[in-house]
Design a protein around this ligand. Structure first.
Ligand code: IPD
Ligand code: CA
Ligand code: CA
Length: 266
C-alpha cells in the first residue's frame, strides 16, 4: 500500500532529524507549562514528515502536534507526532518515537511508530496485522490481574488528572499485578501492548497524535482500545485504555473508580 510506504519513508526522515539532534544536543523551550517541552527537533521533524507526505499526496491533510492544524474530519488525514517522548529526549533517555497514522474517512488505515535510536519499527495496516521489526505480533494472553505488567502515562495536566492516575496505579498494585511502568511515550507504550510486552496501558488524557498509530497497532494485534470509560475512542483529546482485550473489562472497572472529574480543576 502506497500510504504505508510513505508513512515509513516519512518516519525514517523524521527519525533522522530527531536522532541527529539527540546526538548533537538541542535547547528546549517550554509550551503551555514549564514542564511541557519543545525543541527545534520536534519542529524540524514535523516539517520533514509533512513535506514527505505532501509530496506524495498533495491534497491530503496533516494534523500534527507542532504546526499542522489539519481538520480531524478531513477525508484523507495524517496524524503526526514527530517526537513522542520529548521529556525522555530532553533528559537523554533513548525512549521516544516518531508516530504517523493515515486515516481515511475517520478510519485508521495504517500506522507507523519508529524509535530511531533503538531502530525499532512498529507497523500496522488495517486487516493486515501488526509487525514489530518485521515479525507478526499478538497481544499477551493474560486473563488475570496478578499475571499482568502494565504501564500508565501522566498527562501534562497535573492536579486532578495526576491524582487520579496515582490513585488508579495504587489500586492496580494492590491487586497484585507484576508491576506498573512509566515509559514516557504513549505511542511506544501502546505498541508494547500490541507486541504482548505489556498487558495494558492507560492514560487519563491524551491527544490524537499520541495514540493515532498505536491504537491501530493494538487493534491489529488482537487487542482493544477505548476511552477509560469504555467508549469508542474519538480522534480528539481523550482518556485511553489499550489492552489485550481479554482483560479490558476488569481494568476498566478499576480505572472508572478513579477517573478525574470531567472538566474539573486540573
Ligand atoms: C507525551 C508522551 C507522554 C504522555 C503525555 C504525552 P510528548 O507526548 O506521550 O508519555 O504521558 O501525555 O503528551 O509531549 O512527548 O509528545
Ligand atoms: Ca506525544
Ligand atoms: Ca510530541
Amino acid at each position: 500500500m502506497r500510504e504505508l510506504e510513505i508513512a515509513q519513508k516519512a518516519a525514517r526522515a523524521g527519525g533522522d532529524v530527531v536522532a541527529r539532534y539527540f546526538r548533537q544536543g538541542v535547547t528546549f523551550r517550554t509550551h503551555d507549562q514549564p514542564y511541557n517541552l519543545v525543541s527545534d527537533a520536534d519542529i524540524e521533524a514535523e516539517a520533514v514528515i509533512a513535506r514527505t507526505i505532501l509530496e506524495a499526496f498533495p491534497d491530503h491533510v496533516i494534523l500534527g502536534e507542532e504546526t499542522h492544524r489539519g481538520d480531524p474530519q478531513a477525508t484523507n488525514l495524517w496524524v503526526v507526532d514527530p517526537l513522542d517522548g520529548t521529556s525522555n529526549f530532553a533528559h537523554r533517555l533513548p525512549q521516544f518515537a516518531v508516530s504517523i497514522a493515515y486515516y481515511h474517512r475517520g478510519q485508521a488505515v495504517c500506522g507507523v511508530v519508529f524509535n530511531p535510536i533503538l531502530g525499532d519499527w512498529f507497523v500496522a495496516s488495517r486487516g493486515q496485522g501488526a509487525y514489530f521489526n518485521g515479525q507478526s505480533v499478538r497481544v499477551a494472553a493474560h486473563r488475570d490481574l496478578p499475571d499482568t505488567l502494565m504501564s500508565a502515562g501522566f498527562s501534562y495536566r497535573r492536579g486532578a488528572v495526576a491524582d487520579a492516575t496515582v490513585s488508579a496505579i495504587g489500586d492496580l498494585l494492590a491487586r497484585q499485578i507484576h508491576g506498573i511502568r512509566r515509559f514516557g511515550s504513549a505511542a511506544l507504550e501502546m505498541c508494547y501492548v500490541g507486541a504482548g510486552m505489556l498487558t495494558a496501558y492507560f492514560e487519563y488524557e491524551l491527544s490524537p497524535w499520541d495514540f493515532a498509530a498505536g491504537r491501530l497497532f493494538v487493534e491489529e494485534a488482537g487487542g482493544k482500545v477505548t476511552t477509560c470509560t469504555g467508549s469508542a475512542l474519538p480522534l480528539a483529546k481523550t482518556s485511553v485504555l489499550a489492552s489485550n482485550g481479554i482483560m479490558h473489562g476488569q481494568i476498566l472497572d478499576v480505572l472508572l473508580k478513579h477517573a478525574p472529574p470531567k472538566g474539573g480543576p486540573s
